[in-house]
Design a protein. Sequence first.
Length: 201
Amino acid sequence: MTPERIVKVGGSLFHSDHVGNHVNRWLASQPTKKTVLIAGGGVWADQVRKLYARGGISTDDAHWHAIRSMRLTSFLLSRVTGWAWHDNHERLLSAIRQNQDNPITYDAEDFLRTHEPYASGTKLPHSWEVTSDSIAARLAQVCQASELVLLKSVAADSSDLDAIAQQNVVDDFFPQIGKALRRNGVAIRLEPLVSDASSDH
């Protein structure tokens, strides 16, 4: 059994002291589905980007360090929401099989290293074109989820994926993988959660 819904919680939302309450309130308002939550890298990913811009690290190193920043935010998300946290893909799938309908927070690094490169579908490049938006989409693709939700600090119309990429609401790679998801019948939604935030990752 695999997750039915992948929810990406934007890293900028962690500027709010009440992000856990906001996420749980949103979850309570949704139809019950087996849900996996991943988190954007937030200010920690911003620091990696700045170091890369100064020439301090390679593109590939920057990619993996930005992903490691998502480990911290996913762990924080687990603590503020009260939901279980996993960082191993097989254990995640096992927990979904055993658990039920409780959401699970997930650090996707293991998935990206050991599963994503070998799975069919739209593979992710190691570049700044890819942030947690496309990572969440790729997880939805590989897990054959029926729904992908991006919780953001701003409202956006998700009907035109190219337009929202041009507006920097999602990363540059997202339209490519998002269109592939839609061709397979996956519902994609972008929803605002809180407004006291800045950049997203």
